[in-house]
Design a protein. Structure first.
Length: 749
């Protein structure tokens, strides 16, 4: 293809980036290291393909978060004017949102998207985790099981794994090997039946049903293969089997697929991500071109070197040289503190120093493996009056009054959505008691009706006239607003939601559950914010010959965008606050100054990973992701002791920290550092550790025996505050660092 180097999509590209952007056709794997400009490559490539004559409506770009999709779309809009030839209809979407749209469009026509012989209805609801857990809990009860023995979260994880493998409840039951799996198969079957009855899908269903439809329905597959002639996938290392099936099915024949990702940043195996998808890309697409992007435009040299040194220990990876042109910068620090309080105070003091040097709070973040580690950090930040926020992606939409408002909207879109209907039946209070609701539910089950249909027959169910009138009022409101969905244009969504809020009395209901006037004002404002969010919602571009979208299309799209919010979507880089967040949630973000706390054995790597080399490698990748969020300043910390379930426990620094050494790192032993806290009388009380000298009787070279690890040789003595650790190279167990006071080593020679 002839390309003009002055075109906006080719300016300021490195040679590897240019190669990826201008690749003309066929499979392409872009191995994009941290900070290497992968979003730039994807968006420039989209612009380049449109300029080459590929209509935008034939291009499909898939990613994982709404935030990433919005950014990609905005960058393409800046590169290619909306009125450019062939510009309309580009699809840049998350996997879940794309699947939801495909299911609404093709699902009702394809039994492959349904369960058994039950097809999918286009007006399905998307159940969030709370909805799904509520239905699973009810399914456990209906299976005559106790949630004490069959915990909802554990059952939900197993069902999610089955759906990721594209197994329906019946197929899972056929493959059940033991009592546990056979029991979960019973629960899964009841859960699946209830989802079908309520015309609802959970998050995993969106992917599973789309993948099964593309796998088993050749007519739908042919339509999508004909529509999308170019497929691009961002964060390919995070795809699970269902997502792989979706992308691969569409691209399989024309092979015009570009995937961008980094095996070194694959950190979601616990939710089904399969690193082999990216490692085996060339097996799936023989002859694929591979372009490594190793230059980091985010971090200074010391930070890149530390990250590179760590990740080279992994075996499941594709090597690429990591480098940067941003200069050495300041060497990262590894600091061991006496306890978690000292650790939190030290991190906050480092942030204060950075702030005095001109770094804004919004450019700082603290990352951790476990959310529970945030408490001491919050305490330290509050004591110093430093503003902070904990990243919780769905926090706004989890508020009670917001969920009530969204449930009204869900009930409009899907009259079978019993979870939504039960939530709003007394919002605001209508005097409809549990007995009346159960009578309606009994009629629904007996006659095969939905709960809403049974509510229309309230008097026949033996419900008192006064209560029946209250039920009639809710039914009439829902019917009146539902009648507008397919006759009014999409632009009316904001006013429509605002009007419903007023007529349904949702502000009044929000105020009724408030603790005081200020709380009432905030809750009412939250309800109105739903209308504001709806007014800002923009439907994805449609292909040129598509019909004009209706109010119903807009409402369904808005509810999907709300249901599929991710943790990182909630991080607002413009807020003037320090961000506290999990390492998993930090993926895709960057900050000037980053502290990663709690880097200890059992925390990072997590205790659950210890028996699996593959899991330990994923934990190492998780730390690698955290390190590479930092632009200029990096602090890695651990504590010599930590409170665990109310008891003070000794800890061992993570083996990952011992893998980082050399001139790129500063090591600080601050276990003797004394912390002061105010006691109840206001006096200053000192807390902290004191050092015990010596080698504990195990100098380097000593041959020892350990009950678990066998025979080994002491390589190094590591004083740690009041304790002493030794690094021992065991003949069969490799190198281990042990605390002498607890290791019970026996001297052999």
């Amino acid at each position: 293809m002839n390309v003009d180097s002055q075109e906006p999509w080719l300016i300021d590209l490195t040679e590897p980036q240019r190669q990826a952007v201008t690749h003309t056709g066929g499979p392409l794997l872009v191995l994009a290291g941290p900070g290497s400009g992968k979003t730039r490559v994807i968006t420039r490539r989209i612009a380049c393909r449109i300029a080459a004559g590929i209509p935008a409506w034939q291009i499909l770009a898939l990613t994982f978060t709404n935030k990433a999709a919005r950014e990609m779309k905005a960058r393409v809009d800046a590169l290619v004017p909306a009125d450019a030839p062939g510009r309309r209809g580009l699809v840049v979407s998350t996997f879940h949102a794309f699947s939801a749209g495909i299911l609404r469009r093709y699902g009702p026509e394809s039994l492959a998207a349904g369960i058994g012989q039950k097809p999918l209805a286009a007006e399905f609801s998307i159940f969030d985790m709370d909805d799904a857990y509520a239905v699973i809990k009810a399914a456990i009860g209906r299976a005559n099981l106790e949630t004490a023995q069959w915990q909802v979260g554990s059952v939900a994880t197993e069902i999610s794994s089955a759906k990721n493998r594209l197994l329906s409840a019946a197929e899972y039951a056929q493959n059940a090997l033991d009592f546990r799996q056979r029991t979960i198969a019973r629960i899964y079957a009841i859960y699946e039946q209830e989802l079908v009855r309520q015309n609802a899908l959970d998050f995993d269903d969106l992917l599973m049903r789309t993948a099964r439809m593309l796998r088993d329905d050749p007519l739908v597959l042919a339509q999508l293969q004909g529509r999308f002639r170019e497929v691009l996938v961002d964060e390919y290392q995070d795809t699970n089997h269902a997502q792989f099936t979706v992308a691969h099915s569409i691209a399989r024949d024309h092979r015009n697929i570009c995937v961008v990702g980094d095996p070194d940043q694959s950190i979601y195996a616990w939710r089904g991500a399969d690193i082999s998808n990216i490692l085996e890309f060339e097996e799936h697409y023989p002859g694929a071109i591979v372009v490594p992007l190793g230059e980091n435009f985010r971090s200074t040299s010391h930070i890149v070197a530390v990250a590179d040194q760590l990740i080279r220990r992994n075996s499941a990876r594709r090597h690429k040289d990591l480098f940067t042109g941003l200069g050495d910068g300041v060497a990262p620090k590894i600091a061991m503190l006496a306890d978690e309080t000292s650790e939190a105070n030290y991190v906050v003091e480092e942030f204060e120093r950075a702030n005095r040097a001109g770094i804004q709070w919004r450019e700082m973040a603290v990352l951790y493996r476990m959310n529970s580690l945030s408490r001491t950090l919050e305490d330290a930040l509050r004591r110093r009056n430093i503003p902070y926020v904990i990243a919780r992606g769905t926090a706004f939409y989890e508020r009670r009054e917001v969920r009530d408002t969204l449930s009204y909207l869900r009930a409009l879109v899907n009259p079978f959505d019993e979870q939504a209907l039960r939530r709003i039946i007394n919002v605001p209070a209508r005097g409809i008691g549990a007995t009346s609701i159960n009578k309606c539910a009994a009629v629904a089950v007996a006659r095969g009706f939905s709960l809403l249909e049974a509510m229309m027959m309230a008097r026949q169910a033996g419900i008192a006239e006064r209560t029946a009138k209250s039920i009639d009022g809710l039914v009439m409101v829902l019917a009146r607003y539902r009648s507008e969905l397919e006759i009014k244009p999409a632009e009316n969504l904001g006013p429509f939601v605002a009007r419903l809020i007023t007529e349904a009395g949702l502000e009044r209901a929000a105020a009724a559950i408030a603790d005081d006037d200020q709380d009432a004002a905030e809750r009412k404002a939250n309800v109105q914010e739903v209308a504001n969010a709806a007014s800002l919602y923009v439907l994805p571009e449609s292909q040129p010959d598509a019909r004009a979208p209706t109010l119903g299309d807009a409402l369904r799209g808005f509810l999907e965008s709300v249901a599929l919010v991710a943790d990182s979507d909630a991080v607002d880089p413009e807020r003037g606050v320090v961000t506290l967040m999990s390492l998993h949630a930090s993926k895709g973000l960057e900050f000037h100054t980053v502290a990663i706390v709690g880097i200890e054995e059992g925390l990072l790597p997590h205790a659950r990973s210890m028996d699996s080399p593959q899991a330990v490698e994923e934990e190492r990748r998780l730390l690698f992701v955290g390190i590479t969020r930092s632009e200029r300043s990096l602090l890695l910390t651990c504590a010599a002791t930590r409170a665990v379930r109310g008891l003070r426990m000794r800890t061992i620094e993570s083996g990952f920290l011992r893998e980082i050494n050399g001139e790129n790192i500063q090591r600080l032993d601050l276990t003797e550092r004394v912390e002061y806290e105010d006691d109840e009388s206001g006096r200053r009380q000192g807390v902290g550790g004191s050092r015990r000298g010596g080698d504990g009787g195990f100098p380097a070279g000593t041959i020892v025996r350990h009950a678990q690890f066998g025979v080994g040789t002491v390589e190094e003595v590591l004083p740690r505050g009041s304790l002493t650790s030794v690094r021992v190279r065991f003949r069969s167990a490799g190198v281990r660092t042990l605390v002498l006071e607890y290791a019970k080593l026996e001297v052999i020679a």
